[in-house]
Design a protein around this ligand. Structure first.
Ligand code: NAD
Length: 243
């Protein structure tokens, strides 16, 4: 695995959950981490960690993305972690939810990749890791229409980038987690009314009998950032959900 010490890593949606755990995990490798998010209050906590620089960045905003990457300069590793879960079937989904899901879960990755790719190509080196999900990419999951459609699109995006640039030093892979303990998962559990029943149902769909931790997913992000002989792959990390 490539040594990440001295590499420049940019992570989107890094203020909490998997993104935050990844910022901390990359910092431990000796990389310089740019942890970005819209939540400046939560980012402030991360800013105390050596090796982590924080920056407010809304990945829905083209101009803000271009300006941020222009300021950051060289990027060796881009971890596109931002994403949002909408609940509902195709008949329950609002068009505005689907538009938002595509914008945040898919187009935001296209924005950031467009911003970093020219520099990576100039140097002939770069690793891009995109956050997908077992839900949608690996299997159909009830009540997750907009989420599943967009997370499946992340796999197509990942493979297209990998295919176009595999001979030019660029690797692009996707992570497909199962159910992971995170603040937004907590929100989804509370939103169902009976928190304990919702939690039990989420755990029941994981054959390992527990939820994943953000740190377990972060380890895979670090591995993929430095894994020099793999591209275009979708990695399940899901407590056996996809077996
Ligand atoms: P989370 O949902 O708890 O946190 C999301 C973060 O995204 C927040 O810090 C929020 O401020 C930030 N954010 C929201 N809109 C943003 C924007 N426009 N620009 C920048 N940042 C923005 O974190 P999580 O549950 O760890 O999820 C992270 C990623 O992992 C998502 O893409 C999610 O779909 C994916 N994922 C999560 C799970 C899970 O069970 N938690 C499973 C599979 C995939």
């Amino acid at each position: 695995m490539a040594d990440l010490a001295g590499k420049v890593v940019v992570i989107t949606a890094a203020a909490q959950g998997i993104g935050k755990a990844s910022a901390l995990a990359f910092a431990k490798t000796g990389a310089t981490v740019h942890a970005t998010d819209i939540n400046e209050t939560l980012l402030a906590e991360l800013a105390k960690t050596p090796g982590i620089k924080t920056r407010k960045l809304d990945v829905l905003n083209d101009e803000a993305v271009n300006a941020a990457f222009a300021e950051i300069g060289r990027v060796d590793v881009l971890f596109n972690c931002a994403g949002f879960v909408h609940s509902g079937s195709i008949l329950e989904m609002k068009d505005s939810d689907l538009d938002f899901a595509f914008n945040l879960n898919v187009r935001a990755m296209i924005r950031t990749i467009r911003a970093v790719l020219p520099g990576m190509l100039e140097r002939g080196d770069g690793s891009i890791v995109n956050m997908s999900s077992v839900a949608g990419a690996g299997k159909g999951v009830p009540n997750r229409f907009a989420y599943g459609v967009t997370k499946a699109a992340v796999i197509g995006l990942t493979k297209a980038i990998a295919a176009d640039y595999v001979g030019k030093g660029i690797r692009c892979n996707a992570i497909c987690p199962g159910t992971v303990e995170s603040p937004s998962l907590q929100d989804r559990m509370h939103a169902q009314g009976d928190y304990e029943a919702a939690r039990a149902a989420f755990i029941a769909r994981q054959p390992m009998g527990r939820l994943g931790t953000p740190e377990e997913i972060a380890d895979l992000a670090v591995y993929l950032a430095g894994a020099t002989y793999t591209s275009g792959q979708a990695y399940n990390i899901d407590g056996g959900w996809s077996i």
